[in-house]
Design a protein around this ligand. Structure first.
Ligand code: SF4
Length: 275
């Protein structure tokens, strides 16, 4: 990637870059070394055709389904039925305090699916995930790896806002996750980027800290879909010193998207326990 453009992306992301000073003369040899920033990938991730590849990557999530509500059962719904079911869902108490449910947004044939925790106040008001300041940062993070927001699919674990942005309760996740499971099935993404501790721990069925989950490739249960964990943009807004690590995660995602699909050498062993 052209250096000026790369620096522009990093600046937009808020990642501080040290640029080595040129020596003033042959006598002045001291410079500030640049940190080892990863080379950003070229901004080209081809959109996938809707037919064919999606069927090939349809996933089995039987294990997850066992804990799902049966009414409504989203496992056979198409997109329209699923969106309608979420819009009118009253399966958990969160429907009482929501302004509206937040289904998901983006390319339904996306190669990359981004999964967060739950809607916040802005999302509850606007009906779209990852809007507001955190959403704007996510957009800049995606732009930094050459992915417009419209090219990925963005959804949350919970479709309704927990009051006061509290953590989701296990029973709420149990009631709601069937919708997300069906979204994953319908999209069949090549990769999942999971943002934030809550979503990562629920999806991976683990209590391992986010710090130990990020920085490596994992897989989503029996689906085998490669999954990367990174910090939630809202956390990055509060802790900008972690942006460099988020940048590393994004570069790893971009590099893998550019690699040939379904390369078995890139897969971690199926069902490997998360330590
Ligand atoms: S959070 Fe999920 S399960 Fe609960 S009411 Fe909203 S859509 Fe239904």
């Amino acid at each position: 990637m052209e250096e000026r453009r790369r620096l522009g992306y990093l600046d937009a992301l808020g990642v501080e870059v040290w640029i080595p000073r040129a020596p003033a003369s042959k006598m002045a040899t001291e410079t500030h070394p640049a940190p080892p920033l990863a080379e950003a990938p070229a901004p080209s991730v081809s959109p996938r055709a809707a037919a064919g590849p999606i069927k090939e990557t349809l996933v089995r999530l039987d294990d997850t389904r066992r804990s799902l509500p049966t009414d409504p059962d989203p496992s056979r719904m198409d997109w329209d039925a699923l969106a309608q079911a979420v819009a009118v869902c009253r399966a958990c108490p969160l429907h009482e305090s929501r302004t509206q449910s937040v289904f998901g947004v983006g390319n339904r044939a996306a190669e990359l699916m981004i999964i967060g925790e739950a809607p916040g106040a802005d999302e509850d008001r606007l009906g779209e995930p990852f809007v507001g300041r955190a959403g704007q940062l996510l957009n800049r993070m995606l732009a930094a790896i050459g992915l417009p927001r419209e090219q990925v699919y963005i959804a949350n674990l919970l479709k309704c806002r927990p009051p006061g942005n509290r953590d989701p309760r296990p029973e709420e996740v149990r009631q709601c996750e069937g919708y997300l499971v069906r979204q994953i099935e319908l999209i069949g993404p090549r990769l999942i980027l999971c943002v934030g501790r809550i979503a990562a721990q629920h999806l991976l069925r683990t209590e391992t800290s986010l710090g130990r989950l990020r920085g490596r490739w994992l897989e989503l249960g029996e689906t085998g879909i490669p999954l990367r964990v990174t910090y939630h943009p809202a956390y990055l807004l509060r802790s900008p010193d972690q942006k460099a690590k988020a940048w590393e995660d994004l570069v790893a995602v971009a590099q893998r998207l550019r690699a040939p699909a379904r390369d078995p050498d890139q897969r971690a062993p199926l069902s490997s326990p998360v330590k």
